[in-house]
Design a protein around this ligand. Structure first.
Ligand code: GDP
Ligand code: MG
Length: 439
């Protein structure tokens, strides 16, 4: 299905003009993609509506690249829905910062506790204390202790005899004594949301006044994740979400639904079982993942950022009216160069990885640089009307640009040919128009 969506997108991005039917077709594909990525149906509906409205708007239809604009809107709106920006950890003004981990059994709380400690140590230079407050399974305490040893982070535990609230209280004292600036409390989970568990979590919360309450959710649970997130948020109040097991083949639609339903930011994603497999959540990347577009999106965005539409229109006009000069040629060259190394752009094109030898192929950027140098060495008059460039001028230009007369000649010839080609094209278009055909 991802392939189908990509097919539609490719079709539509290539189009110079699109109409409402095109947008409709595309929205149908986007809808499928979202539903297949396990996005909540309500969320899908309102999303498609918003995007459709923007897509049939005047700006898009009038633009030079409407297809690309629509694709961009889809991705922008998805990104916005997931919070837009990356959302960092909130630290307490006065140490220690308390982070409480909550969620269902098996979601990944204990593992994430260890991973989070790793991030805090490495990226934030913190000295965390981990607290084993899941007393219902002896193995849970052991699990955290083993992880702690592995990453050399202290673990506070009191076995299974004390209540989790008491453990939390003593852990806070310990942190004070040992100067730990972050306390991460790993709590118990159940197989489903239950009253007793919620009460216990509320009590821990009351006592420790956490700066962050992270709900840990298994991304593979899809739709269920939304209900879980809703219950936890209503009953104890969460400040953020950690989405685990995204290294699996889930499309991550849960991220979109959870964010929309709870309005709480997703802060991290778990990308594996190892202690270094926790990444900051980037809404934009998740948007690409959900849509299954990957590199195609980056390519479109590169083009979007760098090719100035006004300039493109102006250029087209000049080409048509034959007032295209070497200066314009230079301009065009620079637009292409702004997009980045040509061989990288080529690699991003869909299917380009299948072209043999592209890996070694280097597009000759030195050549482009020399063309630029040649044009820079010309006077304004020469750039406007290359006809006046005689032998002695050529010699001066070659010396000035550090190239050779042959290279100056080659450039002038290319320029002439390009003009000729444009002339032919324009003639053909005009003939077409006379016959009543569209160009
Ligand atoms: P808890 O019951 O919420 O504490 O869950 P655990 O931390 O014990 O994790 C349950 C299982 O999920 C363990 O086998 C973990 O190794 C695994 N797990 C946790 N996070 C991830 C993740 O991001 N990716 C993968 N592949 N497995 C994970
Ligand atoms: Mg656990």
């Amino acid at each position: 299905l991802a392939e189908r969506l990509q097919g539609t997108l490719n079709k539509i991005t290539g189009k110079g003009k699109i109409n409402e039917a095109d947008v409709k077709e595309m929205m149908r594909e986007v809808r499928f993609a979202l539903i297949e990525a396990d996005v909540n149906l309500k969320v899908v509906k309102s999303f498609v509506k918003t995007v459709s409205e923007r897509a049939v708007g005047q700006d898009v239809m009038k633009s030079l690249t409407p297809g690309q604009q629509v694709v961009k809107i889809v991705k922008d709106e998805l990104t916005n829905l997931m919070g837009g920006e990356q959302n960092p950890i909130q630290f307490a003004r006065k140490s220690p910062t308390v982070i409480m981990m909550v969620g269902l059994q098996g979601a990944g709380k204990t593992t994430t506790t260890g991973k989070l400690a790793t991030v805090l140590r490495k990226k934030h230079n913190k000295n965390p204390l981990l607290v084993a407050a899941d007393i219902y399974r002896p193995a849970a305490i052991q699990q955290l202790e083993t992880l702690g040893k592995q990453i050399s982070v202290p673990v506070f535990s009191m076995g299974t005899d004390q209540s989790p609230v008491e453990i939390a209280r003593r852990a806070m004292e310990e942190a004070e004594k040992e100067h730990n600036d972050v306390v991460i409390i790993d709590t118990a989970g159940r197989l489903h949301v239950d009253e007793a568990l919620m009460q216990e979590l509320k009590d821990i919360r009351e006592l420790t006044k956490p700066d962050e309450v992270f709900l840990v959710v298994d991304a593979m649970t899809g739709q269920d994740a939304v209900n879980v997130a809703k219950s936890f948020d209503e009953m104890i109040g969460i400040t953020g979400v950690v989405l685990t097991k995204l290294d699996g083949d889930t499309r991550g639609g849960a991220a979109l639904s959870i964010r929309t339903v709870t309005e709480k930011p997703i802060k991290f994603v778990g990308m594996g079982e190892k202690m270094d497999a926790l990444e900051s959540f980037h809404p934009e990347r998740m948007a690409s993942r959900i849509l299954g577009m990957g590199d195609v999106m980056s390519l479109i965005e590169k083009a979007q950022e760098n090719v100035d539409e006004e300039k493109a229109k102006e250029l087209e006009q000049k080409l048509r009216t034959q007032s295209f000069t070497l200066d314009d040629f230079l301009d065009q060259l620079q637009q292409v160069k702004k997009m980045g190394p040509l061989d990288e752009i080529l690699k991003m094109m869909p299917g380009a990885n299948k072209i043999k030898g592209l890996d070694n192929a280097k597009v000759d950027e030195g050549q482009m640089g020399r063309v630029e140098a040649v044009i820079y060495s010309m006077t304004l008059a020469e750039r406007e009307s290359p006809d006046i460039i005689n032998a002695s001028r050529k010699k001066r230009i070659a010396v000035g640009s550090g190239t050779s007369i042959q290279e100056v000649n080659r450039l002038l010839k290319q320029f002439e040919e390009m003009k000729k080609m444009v002339k032919q094209m324009t003639n053909m278009q005009q003939k077409g128009k006379k016959k009543g055909k569209m160009p």
